[in-house]
Write a protein that binds this ligand. Sequence first.
Ligand code: GTP
Ligand code: MG
Length: 193
Amino acid sequence: MQNYFKNTTFEFGLTKYESLPVDIGTEVVLCGRSNAGKSTSLNKLTENSKLARTSKTPGRTTEINFFRVDAQLRLLDLPGYGYAKSQKKNASMWDKFMSDYFSKRKSLKAAVLFMDIRHPLKELDLEIIELCRKNSVDLIPVLTKSDKLSNQKIALVKKSVSSYLAIKEIINVSINDNNGFQRLRETIMSYLD
Ligand SMILES: Nc1nc2c(ncn2[C@@H]2O[C@H](COP(=O)(O)OP(=O)(O)OP(=O)(O)O)[C@@H](O)[C@H]2O)c(=O)[nH]1
Ligand SMILES: [Mg+2]
C-alpha cells in the first residue's frame, strides 16, 4: 500500500499565531516533551529520514515547523517545546502560541501527544491534555521508544495510560518497528474529509 505521507515536504517555520496562513484544510499537531521522539516519528511516518531534524540536544530551534502532506493535510512539529517550557525563557511565546492555536484554529483537528513510554503523563503532557479537553481537540496519545521496555511492561503502561485518559486505544511506536506508525498513519488519516 502506498504511504499517504510519503511526499510530505517542509513548508515553513514560524513563531507567532498571527503569521499563520489561511485557516483551511486539516492540521494535526505533533506535541510532546523535548526528546519524546516527535521529529523521529515524523520521519518514520513519512519514511523520510531527512525531513525533520532529530537531536540529542534539545532547544536549538524555537520555531513551529509546518509540513505539507498533500493539498489537504498539514502536520506541525514543535521542536524543543518541552525544553523551552522548562527553560521558562521561551515559555510565554509557546504558551501564547499554543493557547491561540488550540482555541482559534479551525483547521486543527487532532493533537498527537508523543510520550516516552518510560516517562508518560508528565506535567507538560497534562497541559496538552487539558488544552485538548478545553478546546474539544481530539487527543491521539502515542507511547514512543517501546524498544526500551519488555512486552509485559509495555502492556502495563498502555493499560494505565488508557485508563487515565479514558481512551481505548493507545498506540506504541519504536524506530525499530513499523506497526505502530502504520496505525498512527491510519488514525491521522481518519481526520481527512
Ligand atoms: N531507542 C529509541 N530511541 C528513540 C526512538 N525514537 C526517538 N529516539 C531518540 O530520542 C532522541 C530524541 O528524538 P527526537 O525525535 O529528536 O525528539 P523530539 O521530540 O523531536 O525532541 P525536540 O525536537 O527537542 O522537542 C533521539 O536521540 C532519537 O534517536 C525510539 O523509538 N527508540
Ligand atoms: Mg524535534
